[in-house]
Design a protein around this ligand. Structure first.
Ligand code: PRX
Length: 655
């Protein structure tokens, strides 16, 4: 990726050791590394016991007798929601703020742990009244409003399984996720606020639940609708229910029952190398252990005094692990914000930090780079002195952005932790520990204690410093994915076949530097990373070819200064598109088509109508060459092309 190119790495050689002041008060110390090294499984067992409440203690830490199917803390029983709520109230912290919610239009609401617990108890009773039972799947399609958190915890509380679908996804994407998981209930809202406007959600749900092309109804029995924007909604009587009406009728008390540690907690769909998103399955005890452990140690959390803010939406894994489960399991006070960073003004994030005195901020490099472009004079208008730690996630953070983040947002003193992980890993795997590690801008640095990572070549040999290789996880970890929903074969094939059934292949390229620190180098497969969101080239290609105008399509992730990568498509149309104006019309129609089919995040930045695509003699599209074109570089080696002239034809047709 060019954001991490050699040029800017060479320019930034500064190192940032923890200040004495920070190190002295830090949660994580060197002993954590020693303990994990001495007895890895024992270390995780200790974390599980100290960080969580077990209704029934476990006696076995890890069952790895049938890899890659792991069981952690298998004979233990717990309730995830009880761990995130009731136990803090019972420990005397009921008056502590759990959530400060900020709506985009400027409305706000705060919930203490006692209040949030009360809301979740009612919601759990409501779900039960609607017939939702342990193991049933519930789709959640909501804006970032308190009910999103309440709904997730209520589903967890009754041992059911949530599948949160990001509110930006289309009706078709929502339906395919509902079908795959056979969800019985959808929790949605009339709409939400984004970019200063109310956007409707309920019509998308209505459309998703229509009979499909073969006349099949969906598996959904009810739709619970939160009132947010008060926009007009169509209503299907018998199916649709207002959240506020229903919740007013249920009992306020609800006793959290224990469930087995391996009870499924959620499914979260993410893009892979094929057209069909994968339902990544996470379970309860191991997941909660590692999200709580990493949230506490990587973010140096002091629940009594810190105010933590992760800017992620609950539709992504960061929103699951570091908005809902990690912070609440640790009894943290956190901020959640419904809207976009620049609404109604470009200083909105900094205003929120000032308002709630946020001390820990966790954000994505794309956002940081956008703010960098806007200039430091915007954040400088706000009091950001409450910040003491900054985190980064989702994509490589280039050293300039890292240094700007620390200097301008962190007042030149805060540590910046760059955290590498994935939907599949469930929790942070590689990150500095802010009180221990000397920070190196641009590098994710070291595995967290308890996690075993390596960078290997194709023959599974550890790579030498500065040699690129493949990132692997060499030992099971508590928050590891337990499968792909309904597709064990794909699970084994995708992650556990390249180097055998006990080595997890992450799909990322990486290298060690001479100090042994890890530098991420981007995906090695056909997965793109746009603004820290994962998109599949195959999924967008199949959307493009589903349009009658398109004969063939190839999609690449081209590097982009702000968003890391951007979607660029090359399309061969069926009819001749003779002039430039026709090309532009076709490109606009197709961009809109992809946005409608998958969601706005997948809309290509550019579509080039071309006469041919570069293919090898075996018919494989050479994306490398298309990336050269998309990034405006000189075109690389074309000798393996079936038709070596094709790149000239493409370049000509793009002029
Ligand atoms: O390529 C890596 C990149 O994001 C991918 C995972 O995407 P997703 O499952 O959507 O989860 C994103 C949030 C955890 C990885 O395979 N990635 C994530 N964090 C980093 C990163 N690349 C470089 N540095 C990171 N800190």
């Amino acid at each position: 990726m060019t954001v991490n190119n050699i040029d800017n790495l060479l320019h930034e050689t500064r190192r940032f050791p923890p200040s004495d002041e920070f190190a002295e008060q830090a949660v994580a110390t060197r002993e954590l590394y020693d303990a994990a090294r001495a007895d890895r499984e024992g270390f995780w067992a200790d974390q599980a016991k100290t960080l969580l409440h077990w209704h029934k203690p476990f006696t076995q830490t890890l069952d790895w007798s049938n890899p890659p199917f792991a069981k952690w803390f298998d004979d233990g029983e717990l309730n995830v929601a009880y761990n995130c709520l009731d136990r803090h109230v019972e420990a005397g912290n009921g008056d502590r703020i759990a959530l400060h919610w900020e709506g985009e239009p400027g409305d706000d609401k705060s919930f203490t742990y006692a209040e949030l617990t009360a809301e979740v108890k009612k919601a759990a009773n409501l779900l039960t009244a609607l017939g939702v039972k342990q193991g049933d799947r519930v789709a959640i399609y909501l804006p970032l409003i308190p009910e999103a958190v309440i709904a997730m915890l209520a589903v967890a509380r009754i041992g059911a399984v949530h599948s949160v679908v990001f509110g930006g996804f289309s009706a078709e994407s929502l339906r395919s996720r509902i079908d795959d998981a056979e969800a019985v209930l959808v929790i949605t809202a009339d709409g939400g606020y984004r970019k200063g406007k109310a956007f409707p959600l309920k019509p998308t749900v209505d459309k998703a639940l229509e009979n499909d092309a073969d006349g099949n109804p969906s598996t959904v029995k009810n739709v619970l609708v939160v009132e947010r924007t008060k926009g007009d909604v169509d209503w299907q009587h018998g199916r649709d229910l207002w959240w506020h009406d229903e919740i007013a009728q249920v009992d306020a008390e609800h006793v959290a029952k224990p469930f087995p540690a391996e009870n499924p907690l959620f499914i979260l769909y993410t893009s892979g190398t094929t057209g069909k998103p994968k339902g990544i399955l996470h379970t309860s005890g191991g997941y909660l252990t590692q999200v709580a452990y990493t949230h506490k140690n990587v973010f140096d959390l002091k629940p009594e005094t810190d105010v933590y803010w992760s800017t992620a939406d609950v539709g992504w894994i960061t929103g699951h692990s570091y908005v809902v489960y990690g912070p609440l399991a640790n009894g943290a006070t956190e901020v959640i914000y419904e809207g976009t960073p620049d609404t109604p003004h470009p200083g909105r994030w900094w205003e929120i930090i000032q308002k709630y005195k946020v001390s820990i901020l966790y954000a994505a490099p794309t956002a940081i780079r956008t703010f960098m472009k806007l200039g430091r004079q915007i954040p400088q208008q706000f009091d950001l002195s409450s910040l003491r730690l900054l985190g980064s996630v989702g994509e490589p953070i280039n050293p300039e952005a890292w240094v700007w983040y620390r200097d301008v947002i962190g007042g030149g003193t805060t540590p910046v932790v760059d955290t590498w992980w994935q939907t599949e890993t469930g929790a942070i795997m590689i990150s500095a520990m802010p009180g221990v590690t000397t920070l190196k801008p641009g590098s994710a640095q070291v595995p967290v204690p308890g996690v075993s990572i390596d960078i290997v070549d194709e023959r599974f040999r550890t790579t030498e410093p500065d040699q690129g290789g493949l990132l692997v996880v060499t030992q099971p970890w508590p928050s590891m994915l337990r499968g792909i929903w309904g597709d064990d074969e794909r699970f084994v094939e995708t992650y556990w076949s390249k180097f055998g059934p006990t080595t997890y292949f992450a799909g990322d390229g990486a290298r060690y530097d001479k100090d042994g620190d890890i530098w991420l180098m981007g995906r090695v497969d056909d997965v793109m990373n746009v603004s820290g969101h994962r998109l599949s080239t195959a999924e967008i290609e199949s959307s493009l070819v589903s349009h009658p105008m398109v004969a063939e399509a190839a999609v690449v992730g081209a590097s982009d200064e702000t968003t890391g990568q951007a979607v660029v498509a090359f399309v061969i149309t069926r009819a001749s598109q003779a002039d430039a104006a026709a090309h532009e019309d076709a490109a606009n129609v197709l961009r809109a088509h992809v946005a409608a089919q998958i969601g706005a995040i997948a809309r290509p930045r550019q579509i080039f109508i071309v006469a041919e695509l570069p293919k090898t003699r075996s018919g494989k599209i050479m994306r490398r060459l298309l990336r050269d074109v998309a990034e405006g570089r000189e075109i690389g080696d074309t000798t393996t092309l079936a038709d070596t002239m094709v790149m000239q034809t493409i370049s000509k047709s793009m002029r």
